[in-house]
Each structure stands twice: as C-alpha cells, then as structure tokens.
Design a protein around this ligand. Structure first.
Ligand SMILES: Nc1ncnc2c1ncn2[C@@H]1O[C@H](COP(=O)(O)OP(=O)(O)O)[C@@H](O)[C@H]1O
Ligand SMILES: [Mg+2]
Length: 252
C-alpha cells in the first residue's frame, strides 16, 4: 500500500534520510517510535506530499511520488500529490479544525467540496462517523466548545469522511492529558481492528505495544530495527533501541 524506496532528504546541508526504505502492506498497523528529531514526522509528511525529498521514490496505492518539489511542483507532480492526498487521511498533533465551522460542517466540508457529495448525503454520513466516536450530540458545537480529546476525535472523523485508503497519525495524543489520550487511542485502535492501513508516530509505548502489527524504530533518520511489538518491547536486538526504550520506559 505504501512503499518508500531509497529515500534521500536533507534539510539544508544536514542529511536526514540517506537511503531510507520500507513498506507498509494493506491492512497493516505500523507504529513509528524513536527519539525526538529522528525523522518520524518528516517521513509521514513526505508520504503525504507535504514535504520535498531529494532522491528515491514513494508509492502510495500505486501512485508514485518522485523527488518532487512541493513548493513549485510541475502540473503532473501536483496532480500526483493531489491523488496521493485523496488516498490518505492525516491527523496531526494539533487538531487543525476549522474554528468558524461547526463539528458537522468540519466533517462535511471536504466530501462536499472535494468529492462533490450532496450535502444531505454528506451530513447523514458525517452523523454516522460522529456516532462512532461518541460525539453525535456535538454536531452543532464549534471546536472551541470541545475538549482537546473531542477535537482530535472530530479531526479523525473529518479524515475518515474522505474515505481514505490509509490513515497517517503524527503524535495524535501528544497534546492531550491521559484520559483524553485514551479516548483518542481507542478510536484509533478500532480503526486498526477494522483493517484500516495505518501509520502512527507516537510516544505512547503502551498503545504501540498493544495496537501495532509492526513497530519501526527510527534513530537519526534511519530505521534501526523493525519487528512485532512482542519482540521489540521484550527483546530488542539493537543497543540503541534498548537505550531508547530504557529512557522512555525505564527498563532494560
Ligand atoms: N522544516 C525543517 N527545517 C529544518 N530542519 C528540520 C525541519 N523539519 C525537521 N527538521 C529536522 O529534521 C530532523 C527530523 O525531524 P522530525 O521529522 O520532526 O523528527 P521527529 O518527528 O522524529 O521528532 C530533526 O533534526 C529536525 O530538526
Ligand atoms: Mg515529530
């Protein structure tokens, strides 16, 4: 579903990725862990066409992104980026809801404007998504009237309303207190259980352990280890994985 092959990317003169490669199969739930600054956000942003890269290629559902310039893309590249973004839902640490729109309008805006859905259909569908995340009663509220956890769940519903083939989450719970984080994680857990292809960068090791089909450990722009959570969290093979888990979990 998602293939990254030989990716090179620098920020200015500082190289970040120097030949990064991995694959995510359809239906897989891949959790990205690793120290701050190791490249987790950047790879998600490259996959979604939000970030340029220098060499290599990324394929999303058969659509290839080359070393494109997202600042000034050619018409063909712009079209590829547009197609890739239609395949992917992305949820960030900051919820980025439209503040002047109600919850229902936030969820129906893109399906109506981008997919050309009729408003009545879009609203009926949106109410279904809101029911799934236990926010049916908040359809007419504005984002500022919701808690952080509720806003993040609306952000997820808004992404799902575009019928993505995969969902990318970049630290979706980092700005939430533990209780709200739990509510958001249980929504993600259900998506994973339903077979949605997901990539999740997170510091929530408990969640990674329980929900991930596979864990990818990043360090300094490289994958240092990958494996099922049962292995990564109990018997990491690479010393730097141990050091990282030791720091965040106080083990090993
Ligand atoms: N816009 C940017 N300009 C320059 N350097 C950046 C930019 N974004 C990220 N970086 C650098 O790239 C590296 C990886 O960052 P990031 O992908 O955000 O890591 P993570 O999400 O794992 O914390 C870091 O060294 C960071 O400083
Ligand atoms: Mg990050």
């Amino acid at each position: 579903m998602i293939t990254v092959r030989g990716l090179h990317k620098s920020y200015g003169v500082a190289p970040l990725f120097e030949g990064l490669s991995f694959q995510v199969e359809r239906g897989e739930a891949v959790v990205l862990i690793g120290p701050s600054g190791s490249g987790k956000s950047t790879i998600l942003r490259c996959i979604n066409g939000l970030e340029t890269f220098d060499r290599g290629e990324i394929t999303v559902a058969g659509i290839e992104l080359h070393s494109i310039n997202t600042k000034r893309p050619s018409r063909e590249d712009a079209e590829r980026i547009r197609k890739v973004r239609l395949k992917l839902g992305m949820v960030f640490q900051q919820f980025n809801l439209f503040p002047h729109m109600t919850v229902l309008q936030n969820v129906t805006e893109a399906p109506v404007r981008v997919l050309g859905m009729g408003r009545t259909d879009a609203e009926a569908e949106a109410r279904g998504f809101l029911r799934q995340i236990n926010l049916e009663g908040k359809a007419d509220s504005y984002p500022a009237q919701l808690s952080g956890g509720e806003q993040q769940r609306v952000a997820i519903a808004r992404a799902l309303a575009m019928r993505p083939e995969a969902m990318l989450f970049d630290e979706p719970t980092s700005s939430l207190d533990p209780e709200m984080a739990g509510e958001v994680l249980s929504v993600i857990r259900r998506l994973v259980a339903e077979g949605m292809t997901t990539m999740i960068a997170t510091h929530e090791m408990g969640f990674a352990r329980e929900a991930a089909g596979r864990v990818i450990v990043f360090d300094k722009g490289a994958i240092i280890e990958t494996g099922p959570p049962s292995q990564i969290f109990t018997s990491p093979k690479v010393p730097r994985t141990r050091e990282f888990l030791n720091r965040v979990l106080g083990r090993f």
